[in-house]
Ligand binder design. Structure first.
Ligand SMILES: [Zn+2]
Length: 333
């Protein structure tokens, strides 16, 4: 299956939490969490349009400066969504620097920072480089319950977990997957090209079957010809879920299972060995075995443990082994 997004832990399973979701098409990327970004290439950071911050512990937010440094003199807006306090945190970060060299001739770079709860957006602030990052309050978006971002091709859903403080978990859901069957394309004498991207977008947007599509040589054919001919086949969209710092509580488990249900890929924190469960509990974290069990119960097709505690440096295989044992087990963990 061709992936809609290519998810990659920027720092591997043991470093700061940061998941880069690089879009297969469109020169765009989304970040789940904003830990150390040193391992990302500037061209990857430049593609980032949206950042979803789970909580404001340093290992999830310290990458803000790198993001700002790389994007500062460019154009476009970065949207940032996090738990209550996110917009204040962005304002505080920006207040650390002097911006007297910015002005009306600066690039159009801007940051929108929004505080989100399960009841919706609480606040939204806009910081524009041309205004020396003076804070403006703006109207927050109004989206369906549980939704942090909605676009024609995908949406990002969220849930609030208890980590001693509020910690958000995220899932990127592709709206509808549209696959191209190359053999059928050949049978119809049609070549590949940008026209196919446009045709797929029409199907995803729910266009009527009589909608005209311009083929590779400029010929016009109805969308129905491509669907009936088996060239374009729609299927449920890909789902990538991300869960980090979370205590092992009933409420957290319920929310994690709902968010990660049937995920094609689940990234879930597995910071501690089960022998150190008491330490994990005290810090509101999951153990590897608990994470593996949740991944199995959610029915995740692939599950990747991450956020290993520094106390296990060089012992990552032990965490992976405990995680895998619980994930693969058919009975109770
Ligand atoms: Zn934390």
């Amino acid at each position: 299956m061709t992936c809609f997004v290519r998810p990659r832990l920027a720092n591997g399973p043991a470093g700061d939490s940061t998941l880069l979701l690089d879009f297969a098409f469109g020169r765009r990327a989304v970040l789940f969490d904003l830990g150390d970004l040193a391992q990302l290439a500037p061209r990857e950071i430049l593609r980032v349009s949206d950042v979803f911050v789970s909580h404001l512990h340093m290992d999830h937010f310290a990458g803000f400066d790198r993001l700002l440094r790389v994007k500062l003199h460019g154009d476009g807006t970065v949207r940032m969504v996090g738990p209550p306090g996110l917009a204040d945190a962005v304002a505080a970060k920006l207040a650390a620097y002097r911006w007297n060299l910015l002005g009306p001739d600066s690039g159009s770079f801007a940051i929108e920072a929004m505080d989100w709860t399960e009841n919706g957006f609480e606040t939204a602030s806009l910081f524009r480089a041309r205004e020396a990052f003076r804070r403006r309050e703006i109207a927050p978006p109004s989206l369906p319950t549980g939704c942090l971002l909605a676009e024609p091709g995908f949406q990002v859903e969220g849930a609030t977990l208890d980590h001693g403080i509020a910690c958000l978990a995220f899932a990127l859901q592709e709206t509808l997957r549209v696959n191209v069957h190359k053999a059928r394309l050949d049978e119809m004498g049609l070549g590949v090209g940008p026209w196919l991207t446009a045709a797929k977008a029409l199907v995803r947007a729910g266009a009527g079957v009589e909608t005209p599509v311009e083929g590779p040589r400029g010929e016009v054919l109805p969308l129905s010809a491509l669907i009936a001919g088996g060239v374009l086949v729609a299927a449920p969209g890909q789902r990538v879920a991300y869960v980090t710092d979370s205590g092992w509580t009933e409420a957290n488990r319920t929310r994690i299972l709902a968010l990660a249900k049937g995920a094609d890929m689940l990234f879930i924190e597995a910071g501690f060995l089960d022998a150190d469960r008491a330490v994990a509990n005290g810090r509101h974290h999951l153990t590897a075995a608990q994470a593996g069990r949740l991944a199995r119960e959610a029915g995740a097709r692939r599950a990747v443990p991450h956020h290993f505690s520094a106390r296990y440096e060089g012992r990552g295989e032990e965490l992976v082994a405990e995680f895998e044992a619980a994930y693969r087990r058919s009975g109770e963990a």
